[in-house]
Design a protein around this ligand. Sequence first.
Ligand code: NAP
Ligand code: G4F
Length: 342
Amino acid sequence: MPKVALITGIRGQDGAYLAKLLLEKGYEVYGADRRSGEGGFWRLKELGIEKDVKIVYMDLLEFTNIFRTIEKIKPDEIYNLAAQSFVAASFEQPILTSDINSLGTLRLLEVIRTVKPDTKFYQASTSEMFGKAKTLPLNEESYFYPRSPYAVSKLFAHWITVNYREAYNIFACSGILFNHESPLRGTEFVTRKISLAVARIKYGKQDKLVVGNLDAKRDWGYAPEYVYGMYLMLQNDKPDDFVLATGEAHSVREFIEEAFRVAGFEIYWEGRGLEEKGRDAKTGKVLVEVSPEFYRPAEVDVLLGDYSKAKRILGWEPKTAFKELVRIMVEEDLRRVRDGKV
Ligand code: NAP
Ligand code: G4F
């Protein structure tokens, strides 16, 4: 009998890569979809697995819906990847964000406790929980200081996962993942916003890229490697919490410079703060501008992770370095824009 996995957030970046990995490992994969209708299943299509994943309708906001789905499917493993995952939007929709991310996770755990307590559970926790970090690099023992409604909501989900593990002996793991990106990343996130803009500028379909804080730093890794880490956590002897990261931090500015370089542009910077501009070294044309629209009410200046526990216990390690990640993303968006496939 194949193992049965239920992935919430099947339409998202991680949901698609994880589904592909689990299908390759022989799992029967159910993908929970809330029927938002936006964009269809384009990521599953890109990976060629849209016919292999069994879609079930499930919204983390509705308890009875979750109850019936889990009772019916009886999954061996649940990966809870569904979330209102965009930090900026969480400042505009803090209550909805908390309902989905915090209570949604609790709803799942309550159903597991009631219906099938031997289900293994993965919770998609985040480096955003560290927020205004006092010391770097960050590991499983580091202090949490969330800086957005999103981060606060995920901290609740993290601790309720730990609590259900300790209180009810549920095999529940919290993966504290640092930013991970790919050509399947949503275009609202800064890396994909940049790679797509660079490709569109290259093909004359956009004049410039407009961003917010150029100096924010993130520990950016490659998403397919991170979903493998999620899988490893649920195959471990005992449930635990793990940081997945690359151990390197780069600024938004560096990402922009490297992305333009991949497309054949060299950027130089002029001015400061909101007046700062990135210009094309050959023509002097403004290719990058800054707008307050993309600043956040409270920023996370830098995130840098220490993945040594995952390496020691799970044998997990990142493989794709920063420049390679940027290359993968920009080259794919160049191809898509050239072929009219965005
Ligand atoms: P994503 O692309 O934004 O995908 C999130 C998915 O959640 C979307 O498909 C969305 O559905 C679904 N969703 C939202 N609200 C829902 C609800 N009420 N009920 C059911 N589904 C709902 O996110 P991702 O980048 O793949 O990340 C996966 C998870 O890891 C998220 O929980 C995120 O917070 C967390 N995380 C991500 C990173 C990262 O760098 N990518 C790092 C740390 C943690 P629709 O398609 O219908 O909108
Ligand atoms: O790409 P971002 O929107 O990702 P952020 O906020 O780090 O969150 C992502 O990673 C988290 C893991 O640490 C996940 F939990 C979360 O779900 C999500 O996947 O922004 C990255 C940085 C921020 O400091 C932001 O202020 O880039 C800065 N930034 C500068 N200009 C911008 C922009 N971010 C966006 N989205 N758009 C801009 O124009």
